[in-house]
Design a protein around this ligand. Structure first.
Ligand code: UT7
Length: 336
């Protein structure tokens, strides 16, 4: 019996959402821990010891999330050798849109000159890219769409209380994008493409990580508020749960992975998650040192880094996972 996941593209074939291209963008302004020492009561030592972060990029005045997303999208299209006319779906994971509406996705759509198809945002904070990828994957598997731009883009610097040392040292701005294409596979885990996705959320954790403003509450943008220790306490078990689900759904294990590309929030969370699932340290892609936590942008930025430097190659098995405000959390297992 055929699984529900492997719907037909044409009779007798299985659809997979295959990564055709990838691109990213980081704002030019690089801010070091030493720069932050001049702004709040913190030290390079504290930040490095607790998080692994040394630098982050901060968007220039007037540089918005949709601009970052558009730069990343254009780079991904170039990398795929495709044009905007080849894309029929744009899904953007972001918690920092330029405007309450329209969506960042429709702004990207206009900027790249795409006048057909559909474009919308997905709001799952730091899990935004995993949620956007899973959403686009389901659209492609249904046969309704052929090629999707999946983007994670954020300007978290605009949500930060720059007087709060417990949060302002942790985040950065950036964007990353992949082009997913519906291709015919065999329906096995040897196929290239997204092999499985697992999304979770639990709204009871709202108070641990939230923004204290919004159009329907305060009428202001608000600032990010976080009980870091509480988030930390849940992070490892949540992300390892959804990775375990991905292994179970595909009959794979940590040993089969070529690369583990986690959400880049904190080096200690990344290492503890890998250790719990016996993922070898040599397989972990870490960019938090140079990017900080860029929320929904962190995974595609890390993927783009590891593709550009030759680590991630076609045919390799890549696990991505994230956890963020809500709480939301999720994983995707991709044969690159
Ligand atoms: O993207 C998903 C969402 N976010 C996360 O995944 C973040 C999860 N949490 C974390 O990464 C960590 O909890 C943090 C890095 C935020 C904090 O690390 P921690 O080891 O949990 O430290 P803490 O919050 O328990 O604070 C320890 C001490 C406190 O001082 P006292 O109360 O022990 O005297 C803080 O006031 O460190 C102090 N502190 C700082 N000191 C220097 C907090 N922020 C700073 C700072 N510089 N920037």
């Amino acid at each position: 019996m055929r699984s529900k996941r492997n719907r037909h593209l044409t009779s007798g074939k299985h659809i997979r959402s295959v990564v055709r291209g990838i691109g990213s963008y980081l704002p030019a302004n690089k801010v070091s821990n030493a720069d932050l020492e001049k702004m709040v009561d913190t030290t390079d030592d504290w930040i490095v010891q607790r998080t692994g972060i040394r630098n982050r990029h901060i968007a220039a005045e007037g540089e918005t999330t949709s601009m970052l997303a558009t730069y990343a999208a254009r780079a991904a299209l170039d990398n795929a050798g495709l044009n905007a006319s080849d894309i029929d779906l744009v899904v953007v994971g972001t918690a920092t849109p330029d405007y309450t509406f329209p969506s960042v996705a429709t702004q990207v759509q206009a900027s790249i000159g795409m006048t057909h198809g559909a474009a919308f945002d997905v709001q799952a904070v730091c899990s935004g890219f995993v949620f956007a990828l899973a959403t686009a994957d389901k659209f492609l598997l249904s046969g309704s769409h052929k090629r999707a731009l999946v983007i994670g883009a954020e300007t978290f610097s605009r949500l930060l209380d720059w007087k709060d040392r417990t949060t302002c040292v942790l985040f950065g701005d950036g964007a990353g994008a992949v082009v997913l294409e519906a291709q015919e596979g065999q329906g096995t885990i040897r196929d290239r493409g997204v092999l499985t996705t697992h999304l979770r959320s639990d709204g009871r954790h709202r108070e641990k990580l939230y923004v204290d403003g919004g159009p329907s509450s305060t009428g202001t943008v608000g600032h990010l508020r976080m009980s870091g220790r509480e988030v930390f306490r849940h992070a490892v078990s949540m992300v390892t749960d959804v990775m375990t689900d991905a292994f179970a759904a595909t009959g794979t294990s940590a040993e089969d992975l070529d690369w583990f590309v986690p959400h880049q929030a904190n080096r200690r969370i990344i290492d503890a998650s890998a250790e719990k699932l016996h993922i070898a340290p040599s397989k972990i892609v870490v960019t938090v040192e140079d990017h900080g936590n860029t929320s929904a942008a962190s995974i595609p930025l890390a993927l783009a880094t590891a593709v550009a430097d030759g680590r991630i190659k076609p045919g390799q098995l890549v696990m991505i996972e994230a956890m963020g405000g809500g709480f939301t959390w999720g994983s995707a297992l991709i044969r690159w």
